[in-house]
Design a protein around this ligand. Structure first.
Ligand code: ADE
Ligand code: ZN
Length: 324
C-alpha cells in the first residue's frame, strides 16, 4: 500500500506555506537574518509542537513566521516545500499564504509574493510541479484589515487565483468577511474558506451561502447537519481533509475514528492534504499512509481521493484535463 500511495499522482489542495516551515530551515534563516528564536535545537522545537487545540498551534505558527523577512526567505521556504512535492508524486499544489502575518511585521506584500512566485516558477521549470496561490485572510483580524490586504494584492492579481479564510475559527464566523469576499470575487478571485474545523456546521452554511465558497477547507463538522451534507453533495463541492492536522489539533481524537470513510460513503468529495506538514508530523503521503492504515482504505478509495484532488483543483478545465 505504501508503494501504491507513493506512486499515485496526486494534487495537494490545502497547504499553508508558513506551515511547511521545517525547524532546520527556520534555524538557518533565523541565523542569516540575525533573529533570536526561543529554541536552542531542532529537538526543542519538535517538543514544543504538542497542541491542545487550533489556537495553541496558531500561537507558535505565527511566532515562527517572524524570522521570514527577505524575498529569499520566502523563496527558500516555498522551493523547499515544492521539492517535497516532487519527491511525493504531488504533481500540482494550491498554496495558501497569509500576507497579514508578514505585512503586520513590516514585510511588504511584494517581498512575500515575489519570493513565493519566483520559487513556484522555478519549480515548475526544474521539477515539473505546477502550483497556484490562495491568498488567505486572517479571520481573527478585522474585515477592514482584510480589505487593506485585498487592496495591496491588486498589483499582483495575475499571480493569485483564489482567496481563503484561516486562523482562529471560533468566534470569527464567515459572515464577518461578507463584504471583503464579495469585493475579492469582483476582482476575479475564487473564494474558498476554512469552515467546520473547530467551528459549528452553521459556519459551513455561512461560508457557502454568504461567502459563496467553491471548496471547503476541512469541513469536518458538516457531519453534524444532515441537510448541510445534502447541500454540499448537491453542489458537488469538495472538502480538503487533513487527517494528521485533525489529530494534532484534537479535532478528531484518533485516526481510527476519523470520519473520512463516512464522508466518502455519504457521497462527499473528500481530498487528502497536509495543512501544516512541518507541525503535524507528515507531508501529504504520510497523511495518505496513516489514514489508509487507520481506516483500512482500499486501493480504489485511495485512487478516488487522488482523482478528487485533481478534479476539485482550481485549475481551469483545460489544464485539469492534463491530469485526469
Ligand atoms: N492556519 C494554518 N493552519 C490552519 C488551520 N488548520 N486552521 C486554521 N488556520 C490555519
Ligand atoms: Zn488549514
Amino acid at each position: 500500500m505504501k508503494l501504491f500511495i507513493e506512486n499515485l499522482p496526486k494534487a495537494e489542495l490545502h497547504l499553508h506555506i508558513e506551515g511547511s516551515f521545517e525547524p532546520s530551515l527556520m534555524f538557518k534563516i533565523a541565523e542569516r537574518n540575525k533573529i533570536e528564536i526561543p529554541f536552542n535545537s531542532i529537538e526543542e522545537i519538535e517538543k514544543a509542537y504538542n497542541f491542545n487545540c487550533l489556537q495553541d498551534f496558531l500561537d507558535i505558527y505565527y511566532q515562527s513566521a517572524n524570522v521570514l523577512i527577505k524575498e529569499q526567505d520566502f523563496y527558500d521556504l516555498t522551493y523547499s516545500y515544492l521539492e517535497k512535492c516532487a519527491a511525493q508524486n504531488v504533481r500540482h499544489t494550491e498554496i495558501m499564504f497569509d500576507p497579514q502575518t508578514h505585512t503586520k511585521r513590516g514585510v511588504s506584500f511584494k517581498t512575500v509574493i515575489d519570493g513565493i512566485t519566483k520559487a513556484c516558477e522555478a519549480a515548475e521549470e526544474n521539477i515539473g510541479v505546477t502550483s497556484l496561490l490562495i491568498m488567505s485572510y486572517l479571520r481573527h483580524l478585522s474585515e477592514e484589515d482584510a480589505f487593506k490586504t485585498l487592496k495591496e494584492s491588486i498589483p499582483f492579481k495575475n499571480k493569485i487565483t483564489a482567496v481563503g479564510l484561516d486562523s482562529s475559527e471560533q468566534g470569527n464566523p464567515p459572515s464577518k468577511f461578507k463584504n471583503v469576499f464579495e469585493a475579492s470575487v469582483n476582482e476575479g478571485y475564487i473564494p474558498v474558506a476554512h469552515a467546520g474545523e473547530e467551528g459549528p456546521a452553521a459556519y459551513v452554511w455561512e461560508a457557502i451561502d454568504i461567502l459563496g465558497i467553491k471548496r471547503i477547507d476541512h469541513g469536518n463538522n458538516c457531519l453534524q447537519d444532515e441537510s448541510l451534507i445534502k447541500e454540499i453533495v448537491k453542489r458537488d463541492m469538495a472538502l480538503t481533509i487533513c487527517p494528521l492536522s485533525n489529530t494534532s489539533l484534537h479535532v478528531v481524537d484518533d485516526l481510527k475514528n476519523h470520519p473520512l470513510k463516512k464522508m466518502l460513503d455519504l457521497g462527499l468529495k473528500a481530498t487528502i492534504n497536509s495543512d501544516d506538514p512541518a507541525y503535524f508530523g507528515g507531508q501529504v503521503n504520510r497523511n495518505y499512509i496513516e489514514i489508509q492504515k487507520a481506516l483500512n482504505l482500499s486501493k480504489s478509495d485511495l485512487y478516488l481521493l487522488a482523482q478528487n484532488s485533481f478534479k476539485y483543483s482550481l485549475l481551469n478545465e483545460d489544464k485539469k484535463q492534463q491530469y485526469l
